[in-house]
Design a protein around this ligand. Structure first.
Ligand SMILES: Cc1cc2nc3c(=O)[nH]c(=O)nc-3n(C[C@H](O)[C@H](O)[C@H](O)COP(=O)(O)OP(=O)(O)OC[C@H]3O[C@@H](n4cnc5c(N)ncnc54)[C@H](O)[C@@H]3O)c2cc1C
Length: 469
């Protein structure tokens, strides 16, 4: 996900039906709890005492050490529960991970933008373990062929985006769900494809024809964007310190048929727990990599199939010497003539790393063609906007392919038309023993790290309540 552009120019109160805050308070509280949780860690950076375990008996097993799993495990460990945090890969963070080896500077392979509410105390968060968190520079640039759009043209884009956003939002507050594309204004002329990209592939990881207007409208919130100079994934790594995480321990089966305990088959043996929180992505659930015994109830089974993951990837290019002449963290779009378009985040945190983001149907097709095809597209796209000399300036290069990551299998969830209620179904537990958490289980903050975090915390609270009962 890039800048949550559909929200930038939208005042929340502006969109709410008169006399309501359209759920805004709840969302701001959610946002606060995400940051409040991170802030609390500045004072309590490590838990440290709980032994990691992939076998034996614990109070609660948490499957997956992404944002949701880390949040859940922290909440449970803080409540004094014996927890096992089981992670299939050899690292924590899931879809929020920072790589420093590829480019020699922090490269967020997944989440990069820290979306927060306007009132969060970000300066305090900067105190967290020497991390530098700073406000994303305001403004965007629009390239029209080889030149930049002037102020009037930028205003035109802003107005077109706002109109489309409002139309889709209004449709999302209607009686029956529909595809966002059905509500999309058909008179945006030459800006139509750009706005479609910004609100669809770039924000929701899906084309607007595949985005439920209900889901789109539900996700609205007031936001500011921040970056972490050391990488968003580095924050998660820090907050996972001291947790009883068991890496390289994929869970293959969850048996919740017993009355008093759940049994998990892991790569290193059997683990028994009173309750389980499953935070793996929808892609992993849909591929039935984890077998449930008894089978998932039909409601859950269908919810997993209905709430699919969209496609979103970064094409990362090292461009030393700033050949594009852009500032640190400048965002550039193009006035698109086709759906083969992208967004550029230049000179990430003042480095030579530039990220070209693709998504939706075009992104999925391109990613399926492989990393070389993605890099070719990225360099060609830049050359089309900034001139052929850019080609020779590219040094190291890489493209993520989240659809192909075996333990994720997609980018992030976005409900297709008619399927938004599936999020609610996934928040129902199985026999009061198994809970689901993760970005997809959050009805308003889906597709974000904060959404995953909040959902993990909520699932942990539900488990604690159940165990105390
Ligand atoms: C390219 C991209 C860009 C994004 N940009 C942003 C952004 O800028 N800002 C933002 O807020 N969000 C962004 N997102 C979304 C954000 O990354 C996710 O919403 C969030 O990280 C999901 O966290 P999670 O805990 O729900 O799931 P995950 O991060 O997927 O965590 C699940 C974990 O479960 C593990 N697992 C899977 N199967 C098993 C198994 N069988 N046994 C044990 N472990 C298992 C996985 O390895 C993984 O670590 C982006 C996502 C992508 C892909």
């Amino acid at each position: 996900m890039g800048r949550r552009s559909r929200k930038l120019k939208v005042d929340f109160a502006d969109l709410a039906p008169s006399g309501t805050a359209a759920g805004g308070f709840a969302r701001i509280i959610d946002r606060r709890s995400f940051l409040a949780a991170l802030l609390a860690l500045a004072a309590n950076p490590a838990l440290g005492q709980v032994p990691a375990s992939g076998t034996g008996t614990v109070d609660v097993a948490v499957v997956g050490a992404g944002a949701a799993g880390i949040a859940a495990a922290r909440r449970l460990a803080a409540a004094g529960k014996r927890v096992a945090l089981l992670e299939a890969t050899d690292r924590v963070g899931g879809r929020c991970v920072t790589d420093t080896a590829l480019f020699g500077v922090p490269f967020d392979r997944g989440a990069h933008w820290i979306h927060v509410s306007a009132t969060d105390p970000m300066t305090d968060l900067a105190a967290l373990g020497g991390l530098e968190i700073y406000r994303a520079p305001p403004g965007e640039k629009l390239r029209i062929g080889r030149r930049y759009a002037d102020r009037a043209e930028l205003n035109e884009l802003s107005a077109a985006r706002l109109r489309a956003d409002r139309a889709m939002n209004a449709a999302g507050h209607g009686q029956a769900d529909m595809a966002c594309s059905e509500a999309f204004p058909n008179d945006l002329g030459a800006l139509g494809l750009t706005v479609e990209f910004l609100l669809g592939a770039y924000s929701c990881a899906k084309d607007l024809s595949e985005v439920s207007a209900f889901d789109f409208a539900n996700s609205k919130e007031r936001e500011r964007d921040f970056f972490c100079r050391q990488g968003f994934g580095t924050i998660l790594e820090k907050v996972a310190l001291g947790l009883p995480v068991r890496l390289s321990t994929p869970v293959s089966e969850i048996d919740y048929s017993g009355r008093s305990a759940v049994s998990l088959q892991t790569a290193s043996g059997t683990l028994r727990a009173q309750a389980v929180i499953v935070t793996v992505s929808l892609g992993v659930l849909a591929a039935e990599i984890i077998k449930f015994r008894p089978l998932l109830p039909l409601r859950h089974f269908e919810a997993v199939r209905k709430l699919t993951l969209g496609s979103y990837d970064h094409i990362a290019l090292e461009l030393p010497g700033n050949p594009l002449g852009l500032g640190s963290d400048d965002v550039v779009y193009e006035k698109a003539a086709t759906n083969r378009t992208a967004a550029l985040l230049a000179n990430v945190s003042g480095t030579s790393l530039c990220m070209i983001d693709i998504g939706g149907g075009f992104g999925r097709t391109l990613a399926a063609q492989g990393e070389a095809a993605m890099i070719d597209f990225g360099i060609g796209w830049l050359a089309g906007l900034f001139g052929n000399s850019v080609k020779a300036a590219v040094k190291r290069r890489h493209a993520t392919r989240w659809d192909k990551e075996p333990w994720v299998r997609g980018a992030y969830s976005c409900a297709s038309p008619g399927n938004q209620p599936a999020r609610g179904v996934l928040s129902e537990s199985l026999n009061g023993r198994v809970w689901f958490a993760g970005e997809a289980v959050n009805e308003t903050l889906w597709g974000s790290v904060a959404g995953a975090w909040v959902s993990g915390t909520r699932a942990a609270d539900a488990v604690l309540k159940r165990l105390s009962a």
